[in-house]
Design a protein around this ligand. Structure first.
Ligand code: HSE
Length: 389
């Protein structure tokens, strides 16, 4: 069945939604669609500039209005998806639902979309009538953009990732909280910093005292602890403590669980696909960067491969991956969140064989979690649907 081009947008004012809107405008996506803007709070107000015929915001809870769309893109969040998606489907709507939230990701009939990595899986599902498309977890998507070539070459026995995840992964309020904390800490020692003869240990004492005495209101979004000048080695829910790595909950966070579950689903590996899953184990850590997620990777190869071949595979995989020479100069220039923010580049550097053995490779990679980690796969999925119609 042909897909029309009436596209409902829900959650377009949020952080991921705003990045999505910018990218859609930059790539001319609105030229190809009839956009209908929905709102959970201000139905009836004026729609934003890309609107054409539908100039007023529709109610995002109005199933009849949603049903008129051929495609809906939601960046509204998991609660909205949990509420509206089942109602919409049970009303008989068979349009395409493209979602940033994790709610539907592991459903059998949902495809995790990251087309530079799994376009064949997307196309296959499309041919079979698939209509639920969900963007992946940001660390998973950014990691696969960097090293999918090694998986596809059948080289990865297992992978261990240690992440350094930006404040934006939590949401807009998390960024505000982080920056406010930085300001509070700076204010605490401003006069001491201005005095070159002041004691660094006094500065240190004042900072730790301030960090430990921040009010609950100053630490709401990061779970009651400061992020500024610190880090948080737990992201998302606590899945509980199991005793074995093959038990469902073996002492990992939900973010860490997603690493293995989603990587294997995207790569079509695991029991559902008639093969063993590839082990992906992670420590996911929140750090005080703005919107780029970084990851240090340890990859166990299935057999020895020269480093130059590994580098060649990575460099040739897709147009966004950038192999950064393993030098201090190149690393500082190209392999920091500040260098990558706002770009679609996926640099991967510090690539080297590890001391533990010749079959082990280490690497460090970065991606803007609002672009490849969130908005970009969604708008590319829209393009795939429009091209297929
Ligand atoms: N769960 C991610 C994070 C956000 O908290 O950083 C995007 O998947």
């Amino acid at each position: 069945m042909k897909t029309g081009n009436v596209v409902g947008l829900v959650g377009w004012r949020g952080m991921v939604g705003s990045v999505l809107m910018d990218r859609m405008q930059a790539e001319g996506d609105f030229d190809l669609i009839e956009p209908v803007f929905f709102s959970t709070s201000s139905a009836g107000s004026k729609s934003p500039a890309p609107a054409k015929n539908e100039t007023l915001l529709k109610d995002a809870f109005d199933i009849e209005a949603l049903k008129k769309c051929d495609i809906i893109i939601s960046t509204q969040g998991g609660d909205y998806t949990s509420d509206i998606f089942p109602k919409l489907r049970s009303s008989g709507w068979t349009g395409h639902w493209i979602d940033a939230a994790s709610t539907l990701r592991m459903n059998d009939d949902a495809i995790i979309v990251l087309d530079p990595v799994n376009l064949p899986a997307i196309q296959n599902a499309l041919v079979k009538g698939g209509n639920t498309w969900v963007g992946g977890n940001c660390t998973v998507s950014c990691m696969l953009m960097a090293v999918k070539s090694l998986y596809k070459a059948g080289l990865v026995a297992w992978i261990s990732t240690h992440t350094y995840q930006a404040a934006s992964g939590g949401g807009a309020q998390h960024i505000r909280e982080l920056l406010t904390q930085f300001g509070t800490l700076h204010a605490e020692v401003k006069s001491l910093l201005e005095d070159p003869t002041s004691s660094i240990l006094e500065i240190d004492r004042k900072i730790i005292a301030k960090q430990r005495s921040l009010s609950a209101a100053e630490m709401t979004h990061f779970g009651g602890v400061p992020l500024a000048g610190s880090l948080i080695p737990w992201i998302d829910k606590d899945l509980g403590i199991g005793k074995q790595a093959d038990e469902e909950n073996w002492g990992i966070s939900r973010e860490e669980w997603k690493g293995m579950a989603e990587t294997n689903k995207i790569l079509e590996r695991g029991h559902a696909y008639g093969c063993w899953p590839t082990a992906v184990d992670s420590y996911c850590v929140r750090v005080g960067s703005m919107r780029c997620h970084c990851q240090a990777l340890t990859i166990k190869l299935k057999h020895f491969v020269p480093l130059a071949d590994i580098e060649a595979l990575i460099a040739a995989d897709n147009e966004w991956v950038q192999l950064i020479p393993n030098t201090k100069e190149a690393t500082l220039e190209h392999l920091t969140p500040v260098a990558v923010t706002g770009t679609l580049n996926i640099p991967i550097g510090r690539v080297r064989k590890l001391a533990v053995g010749p079959d082990y490779v280490g690497a460090f990679t970065i991606g803007d979690q609002l672009l490849w980690g969130a908005a970009e796969p969604l708008r590319r999925m829209l393009r795939i649907l429009l091209a297929a119609s």
